[in-house]
Write a protein that binds this ligand. Structure first.
Ligand SMILES: NC(=O)c1ccc[n+]([C@@H]2O[C@H](COP(=O)([O-])OP(=O)(O)OC[C@H]3O[C@@H](n4cnc5c(N)ncnc54)[C@H](OP(=O)(O)O)[C@@H]3O)[C@@H](O)[C@H]2O)c1
Length: 217
């Protein structure tokens, strides 16, 4: 599948791009500056060779919107201004938010939630012609980026449009040992964004790199 990533030059977007390319997806690797995207793609090709080569296409964020599914991996504070800028290009697309807008107080993270209750709900309110989903909130960037390391994580996917959510779940399950779980509508995004603050706090206090795995009892 062709997948666009906005802000692919960061650790989360770059890691996800490499991981998706390694399982056969074509990734429009977006940045505000195409030269920066080209440099990052060169680095990934140098590191991973044939496992990603030819499937990472360096481009600007506008071009990266030219895919049926577009993942927002820009700096969390920039997620809302970025979708405002590209709203017309994102019309009709599935837009995936993974934004955790967090602030650090001492050795604790807290979520900063906008007026609609979550970054994802804010994005859906702005992108009323797009189908917004959320995924990957709780997967550490490094887990994606080390593509020779098998991942093991559950990914809760949210969205108001069932077909869009199924597509995002299929993309998730194309990565071995990532298990997509349907967590309901975007109303629950507040839970994911807030829990990301809890998980990061656990990780720094316990010196871990934990992600999410649900067990059935
Ligand atoms: N890091 C993680 O482990 C992790 C895990 C789960 C979810 N997330 C979420 O994933 C997203 C990306 O995380 P990250 O750690 O990779 O972020 P990041 O490094 O802070 O930023 C990613 C990219 O955002 C772009 N950017 C920065 N400032 C911008 C601005 N003012 N306007 C538009 N674009 C801007 C930059 O790309 P260009 O300069 O190339 O445009 C940058 O490389 C965040 O929403 C984060 O909450 C991260």
């Amino acid at each position: 599948m062709r997948i666009g990533i906005l802000g692919a030059t960061g650790p989360a977007g770059g890691g996800l791009a490499a991981r998706l390319a390694s399982v056969g997806h074509e990734v429009l690797f977006g940045s505000r500056a195409v030269d920066k995207a080209r440099g990052a793609v060169d680095e990934l090709e140098k590191e991973w060779g044939d496992r990603v080569a030819g499937r990472l296409i360096a481009c600007d964020n506008a071009w990266a919107c030219d895919a049926p599914v577009v993942i927002l991996a820009v700096h969390a504070e920039s997620a809302i201004p970025t979708v405002q800028e590209h709203a017309d290009r994102l019309a009709g697309k599935i837009v995936v938010s993974m934004a955790n807008n967090l602030v650090k107080h001492g050795n604790e993270f807290n979520a900063v939630l906008p007026p609609h209750g979550s970054v994802a709900a804010e994005i859906q309110a702005l992108l009323w012609r797009s189908r917004v989903c959320t995924a990957f909130h709780l997967v550490p960037a490094a887990e994606f980026g080390e593509i020779d390391h098998e991942m093991s994580s559950d990914v809760i996917v949210l969205g108001d449009d069932d077909e869009a959510k199924s597509t995002v779940m299929e993309i998730t399950s194309s990565i071995p040992r990532l298990r997509p779980l349907d967590g309901g509508s975007l109303r629950n995004a507040v839970g994911m964004e807030t829990f990301a603050a809890v998980l990061l706090t656990v990780n720094i206090r316990h010196k871990m790199r934990a992600s999410l795995r649900l067990t059935s009892v």
